[in-house]
Design a protein around this ligand. Structure first.
Ligand SMILES: [Zn+2]
Length: 275
């Protein structure tokens, strides 16, 4: 009777003050779960048999705070990756959210991001080729943004910038190239070396080859046609293009090119993955 009376009193008053229950533990007045627990096996420490614990509502509050902090850390990291990874702030807007849906190739970008673990593990890149204004750069930018939002470091740049960096670098070209090769994904936009000097071609080959040996994927966009890439004008171009074709699956502006004559395992694998 006493207990029923107590309960009815407490429910009437709707007090949110902590209280001692009949188990002699302190309970939270809000969530009615214990804020104390007994030491195991009835042990007493410093004369105390009980120690404070989190009640249910404190636990929920702490979890919320931790999630908020993790979200802030994530946002901070993504901002930093994008600041370092993009050479032009306009690239920040090249996202799947901003896609107008007109590019028939966009599903390749989605699939590439979805299959990123495999692309990375098997060193599979893309060679996005086709005329000006076919959205190749936008497509590559979407991949970059989406992966960086998953905390994957990506560098999107072009050879003109890389060659400038090489010329300006005081610490030597190795450091510039090593840094490019450390990124899990490197995107080289607007590739095309028709006007390349012998020196520039040598540098470009060296970078592509270093990337190849680092066994990490490379995505390249180019206005060259696949025919031009497959039938280069001279050996200096040929060895660059050969490397690219070893690393990157050609994607044309009207669909993926899976030529039968190019029966490399990598291409078969890619076909399987992006359909
Ligand atoms: Zn509580």
């Amino acid at each position: 009777m006493e207990k029923i009376f107590e309960q009815s009193v407490s429910s009437i008053s709707e007090s949110t003050e902590d209280y001692y229950n009949e188990d002699s533990l302190l309970y939270c007045g809000k969530c009615h779960t214990p804020r104390e627990a007994f030491f195991a096996k009835g042990i007493a420490l410093m004369g105390k048999k009980k120690h404070p614990i989190e009640c249910s509502c404190q636990c929920i509050e702490r979890t919320k705070q931790e999630a908020l902090i993790n979200q802030q850390k994530h946002n901070h990291l993504v901002r930093r990756l994008k600041a370092e990874g993009f050479s032009d702030p306009a690239m920040l807007n090249w996202t799947f959210e901003n896609d107008n849906g007109r590019s028939p190739q966009m599903h390749h970008a989605h699939r590439y991001v979805e299959q990123w673990q495999t692309m990375s593990a098997e060193n599979l890149g893309l060679l996005l080729w086709g005329g000006v204004g076919t959205g190749k750069t936008f497509l590559a930018g979407c991949i970059a943004n989406a992966l960086m939002e998953q905390e994957v470091p990506v560098r999107m740049t072009n050879f003109a910038r890389i060659l400038n960096e090489l010329n300006r670098s005081f610490s030597g070209r190795n450091e510039v190239v090593d840094k490019l090769c450390r990124y899990p994904l490197l995107i080289i936009d607007d590739f095309g070396m028709e006007r390349g000097t012998e020196y520039a071609l040598e540098q470009i080959y060296s970078i592509v080859d270093s990337r190849y040996r680092s066994q990490k994927p490379l995505i390249v966009t180019t206005n060259l046609t696949l025919d031009e890439i497959r039938h280069p004008q001279d050996t200096a171009h040929a060895r660059i293009y050969d490397r690219l074709l070893e690393m990157c699956i050609p994607v044309s502006c009207i669909g993926v090119s899976f030529r039968k004559e190019n029966a490399q395992e990598k291409l078969k694998r890619m076909k399987l993955l992006i359909g």
